[in-house]
Write a protein that binds this ligand. Structure first.
Ligand code: NAD
Ligand code: IPM
Ligand code: MN
Length: 349
């Protein structure tokens, strides 16, 4: 039998609440199969920082790296909390892991399930995946501040896009499009961000030649936000940079039933490092500790994790249980645990 070493980082706010349900789903899905999950829990996040002053130590990273995969809830506190001003949990921890573990594909599927109430009147068949670059762009932390605190302050954030970094994520997106409906949309802002835009366009054109079965489309980021709302059914695979992908995937969550449903995987497809699975949403301090969080996104992330590990059958079972639960929702308020229990009940039925 196979043993998978799983690092679990529940994190802050609703993180531990949704991860508890995700772990239940994982246990249920792996019961009776020949795979067992050997879990190590890491208490990292804003809470840990306030206690110890540590965000992500070399020891943490070394130990997390030794696992086969990572499950993360959410990290971070109330936005702009002065007690957290001395550190940046999001950069230090979340981006720290994504960068150190070379999670160059941030995979964020969006599917509108039947019966799900959303904000769109007539959305049609919505089923697309955003392939967000995960290690470069505006996220790299290059730049700095000149004359801070003065009327002459200059604050710079430099985006970095490398041919290597763009090519590997674009290749992943084309391969994915080939396995799906054969349509790829590059989203960028080539009319303004001309340097990065030219690089992304060139590489998409080059990779397209090796994938003649894939139809390629281009859309500026601002127009993409229009068309995700007016005709989301036109999208299959969207490939985009780190920041555009961040913004588009919150919008994608909102049009497909809410951020509480949106799952994601931070993948290192090369397999050099463990991939990390987490809901798209954050720690939601506004509803933390009240059992109000929807654990569906965290459970959907379990399906992505199982799929990544090659446990396709188990992954499909989790997705199916989750889809059935979503279809049966009638607008009645349920607690985090109630939703988790309902999905687990379908998994074990
Ligand atoms: P958020 O995603 O935490 O919350 C945005 C809104 O969505 C809130 O109204 C929240 O109540 C709601 N929401 C989020 N998840 C939900 C769920 N599962 N069920 C129901 N409602 C849900 O974004 P924010 O408020 O901008 O950020 C809060 C903190 O989380 C910040 O510190 C931010 O940096 C951090 N953050 C972390 C991650 C991560 O760890 N991956 C992602 C995004 C934000
Ligand atoms: C996400 C989050 C993170 C991001 C933040 C918390 C660093 O918003 O996972 O979408 O911007 O990638
Ligand atoms: Mn985000």
């Amino acid at each position: 039998s196979r043993v998978v070493k799983l690092a679990v980082i529940p994190g802050d706010g609703i993180g531990p609440e949704v991860i508890a349900e995700a772990e239940k789903a994982l246990d249920a899905a792996s019961q009776g199969s020949d795979v067992t999950f050997d879990k190590t829990r890491f208490s990292l996040g804003a809470g840990r920082y306030l206690e110890t002053g540590d965000v992500l130590t070399d020891d943490d990273l070394a130990s997390i790296s030794q696992h086969d995969a990572i499950l993360l809830g959410a990290v971070g506190g109330v936005p702009n909390d002065p007690r957290l001003a001395g550190a940046n949990i999001e950069r230090g921890l979340l981006l720290g892991l994504r960068f150190a573990l070379d999670h160059y594909v941030n995979l964020r599927p969006s599917k509108l399930f039947p019966g799900v109430p959303g904000p769109l009147r007539d959305p049609g068949d919505v089923d697309f995946v955003v392939v967000r670059e995960g290690t470069e762009g505006a996220y790299v932390g290059n730049g700095g501040v000149l004359r801070p605190g003065t009327d002459h302050e200059i604050a710079n954030e430099l985006g970095v896009n490398t041919a290597h970094g763009v090519r590997r994520v674009v290749e992943y997106a084309f391969d994915l499009a080939e396995r799906r409906r054969g349509k790829l949309t590059l989203v960028h802002k080539t009319n303004v961000m001309v340097n990065a835009g030219r690089l992304w366009t060139r590489i998409v054109d080059e990779v397209a030649r090796a994938h003649p079965a894939v139809t390629v489309d281009y859309m500026h980021i601002d127009a993409a936000t229009i068309h995700l709302v007016d005709t989301p059914s036109r999208f299959d695979v969207i490939v985009t940079d780190n920041l555009f992908g961040d913004i588009l995937t919150d919008l994608a969550g909102a049009i497909t039933g809410g951020i509480g449903l949106a799952a994601s995987g931070n993948l290192n497809p090369a397999g050099d490092f463990p991939s990390m699975f987490e809901p798209v949403h954050g720690s939601a301090p506004d509803i933390a500790g009240q059992q109000k969080a929807d654990p569906t996104a965290a459970i959907g992330s379990i399906a992505l994790l199982l799929d990544h590990l090659g446990l396709t059958e188990e992954s499909v079972r989790v997705d199916r249980a989750l889809e059935e639960d979503i279809a049966a929702r009638d607008g009645r308020q349920r607690s985090t645990v109630e939703i988790g229990d309902a999905i687990v009940a379908r998994l074990t039925a």
